[in-house]
Ligand binder design. Structure first.
Ligand SMILES: NC(=O)c1ccc[n+]([C@@H]2O[C@H](COP(=O)([O-])OP(=O)(O)OC[C@H]3O[C@@H](n4cnc5c(N)ncnc54)[C@H](OP(=O)(O)O)[C@@H]3O)[C@@H](O)[C@H]2O)c1
Length: 282
């Protein structure tokens, strides 16, 4: 059987870079599509990517959560309208789509980890644009799997781990919120699971996050302890920050559904973060 071709949209972003690297390592046939040469909002570009592959992994997204409050139309153009066009073209051509989404589709008010069957209710513009993208994929009736991820960190992008280390280098008293709870997830681990999904082609919605839960404050403490960074760390509340976008307090996912697929192994957040920090140190 001929090797299946993968089109990786947004393949130069934080998650995309690690998927591309793993594809190359595993000798998979992958082509990266990303700005500035390729734009998901341009129909001919979508067609080019869909025509080139059997499996399309969509990591392309407008991801600036705070700026999305004032650029909602642009966020929707990239995260929803372009995704509707992509999914429609995938349906017409009988291809398979893996679309990446986010915990920000939820309001974070639940006292339980979120299941795929829980009703979304985004509390910021980015979350609304991503939810509209999910709905567009579902409405298209293409062969899809939507994978919601959360609290990701990787070498190729800006993320909480890098920001908190940078903050500690610049200021003595670091305050971190202790009322946002989630699962820090390495993009390298997410990439492994996404490529398993590309092999198995399951249909539907899946939650994917590292095993275990932690607050942002405890996560910062873990990072400083591991890297032996001396800093005066103190907890604060999300409400103390005047960010343009609201954040869900509970980002916890129930990942039983994805874990029930074969060959899916999800390490703990401590293991995932330790591997990342060890590489930063070396
Ligand atoms: N980071 C997180 O904590 C997190 C959490 C939950 C879900 N996610 C989701 O994970 C996915 C991957 O995000 P990420 O963390 O890898 O973010 P990222 O580093 O910002 O990657 C997004 C990629 O999409 C590209 N892009 C933006 N607009 C585009 C356009 N019009 N056409 C083509 N490409 C475009 C970006 O290019 P430029 O850099 O040039 O703009 C970038 O390469 C997204 O769906 C995101 O919503 C992320």
């Amino acid at each position: 059987m001929a090797k299946e071709k993968i089109a990786l949209l947004g393949g130069n972003g934080m998650l995309g870079t690690d998927i591309a690297g793993l594809c190359t390592k595993n000798n998979l046939d992958v082509t990266v599509f990303d700005l500035p040469q390729w734009d998901i909002t341009v129909d001919e570009d979508i067609k080019k990517a869909v025509d080139s592959a059997d499996i399309i992994i969509n990591c392309a997204a407008y991801t600036n959560v705070d700026l999305a409050e004032s650029q909602y139309d642009l966020a929707c153009k990239i995260n929803a309208q372009a995704v509707a066009e992509l999914a429609e073209m995938i349906r017409k051509n009988n291809k398979y789509l893996i679309h990446i989404s986010t915990d920000f589709v939820f309001d974070g008010q639940s006292s339980e980890p979120y299941k795929e069957t829980d009703a979304p209710n985004p509390i910021n513009a980015y979350g609304r644009s991503k939810l509209a993208g999910e709905q567009a994929v579902i409405d298209s009736r293409c062969d899809y799997c939507i994978v919601r991820i959360q609290w990701t960190f990787g070498h190729a992008g800006n993320n909480f781990v890098k920001k908190v280390i940078e903050r500690a280098a610049n200021i003595k008293n670091v305050k971190v919120v202790d009322d946002q709870i989630g699962s820090p997830t390495a993009t390298t681990e997410a990439a492994k699971i996404l490529l398993q999904l590309a092999k198995q082609k399951p249909k539907g919605l899946f939650h994917l996050a590292a095993d275990g839960f932690v607050s942002r404050y405890q996560m910062a403490q873990f990072i400083f302890d591991y890297l032996k960074i001396q800093v005066d760390l103190s907890p604060c509340k999300t409400a103390d920050f005047n960010s343009p976008a609201d954040r869900p307090l509970n980002s916890r996912f129930n990942c039983d559904k994805i874990k029930s697929l074969s060959a899916i192994n999800i390490p703990t957040w401590q293991d995932q973060l330790t591997s990342f920090l060890a590489q930063l140190k070396s």
